[in-house]
Write a protein of this length. Structure first.
Ligand code: MMA
Ligand code: CA
Length: 223
């Protein structure tokens, strides 16, 4: 019989082990066999989740039907299956994010993902291409986000426009969605355009300069 204190020691030891090497995408615990494609095994032969739906996704009903009407009062088996589908999707997404981060294609900060297409364009075109990709132009809201954008600026060694513009009142800069700035990183003596420089660029040290909007700057978006 183990004493209470030895359980506590084991719990602390387990925490210490997991704290210094938390994997980004922890292994999904094995679940009881659910019909579907077989799961993948890794090199150690560790069991992974069994496949849940075939390529057609046939368990979710006829193609084109909305999933929502099926949700109330789902039988337990379907509820479990949908839960497993979500767990697998999250795990797959997490691994894809790992690949993109490893290859220097994205920076993840909290819920945000920053990425660049490597192109230098004027401010309006940067806003447009970010929106066409389903995102918005990068808008740092704190030091951590500013550093993530900075690392892309340094990767391409190019200044980038930020999602910040001067309002009607000269010297008053806001996010492009109209919200007031809750964080700034102005370079010394900036902003100095007094209404003549309505956009903002990030320098290669992460500091900001108000700048005319018709120059060619690196496109960085957030998603
Ligand atoms: C340029 C231009 C300005 C910036 C100053 C800093 C001369 O103008 O980039 O936006 O404030 O340089 O010296
Ligand atoms: Ca300036």
């Amino acid at each position: 019989m183990l004493s209470y204190s030895s359980y506590m020691l084991m719990a602390v030891a387990a925490l210490l082990v997991t704290c210094h090497a938390l994997p980004k995408c922890p292994e999904v615990p094995g679940l009881p066999g659910v019909p579907g494609l077989p799961g993948r095994d890794d090199l150690k032969g560790q069991a992974r989740l069994p496949g849940l739906i075939g390529p057609s996704g046939s368990l979710l009903g006829p193609p084109g039907r909305d999933i929502l009407p099926y949700l109330p009062g789902l039988p337990d088996s379907l509820d479990t299956e949908l839960h497993n589908v979500l767990v697998n999707l999250k795990h797959r997404l997490c691994r894809l994010e790992g690949v993109l981060a490893l290859n220097g294609k994205i920076r993840e900060v909290g819920e945000k993902i920053f990425a660049s297409n490597g192109k230098k364009v004027d401010f309006g075109s940067a806003v447009k291409s970010c929106e066409e990709a389903g995102g918005t132009i990068a808008s740092p809201m704190n030091e951590e986000e500013n550093k993530a954008i900075l690392s892309i600026v340094q990767q391409y060694n190019q200044y980038a426009y930020l999602g910040i513009k001067e309002g009607e009142t000269s010297g008053q800069f806001k996010y492009i969605n109209g919200m007031p700035l809750n964080y700034t990183k102005w370079h010394q003596y900036e902003p100095n355009g007094k209404g003549t420089e309505k956009c903002v660029e990030m320098y290669t040290d992460g500091s900001w300069n108000d700048k005319k909007c018709n120059l060619y700057r690196l496109t960085i978006c957030e998603f």
